[in-house]
Design a protein around this ligand. Structure first.
Ligand SMILES: [Zn+2]
Length: 71
């Protein structure tokens, strides 16, 4: 499998982006805001909950390492 590290992709929609893009590493302001919203919601533990990202996603159903926090 060839390496594709030179082809940055939008972490939100996986669309190819250029480093010269004003919204890099996102493809658009919309995706940038989506990413920001995830951070604000504290839901960034799952990288990209898109169905077509299953190849790179670990088991999302795994028990989280810090799940012993409840009192
Ligand atoms: Zn995007």
């Amino acid at each position: 499998m060839p390496r594709r590290v030179d082809k940055p992709k939008c972490p939100i929609c996986r669309k190819a982006v250029k480093k010269s893009d004003p919204e890099f590493p996102f493809c658009s302001e919309r995706c940038r805001l989506l990413d920001l919203g995830r951070w604000l919601n504290g839901g960034y533990r799952i990288a990209v909950p898109l169905p077509d990202s299953a190849e790179a996603a670990p088991d999302a159903d795994d028990v989280e390492p810090g799940s012993g926090e409840r009192k």
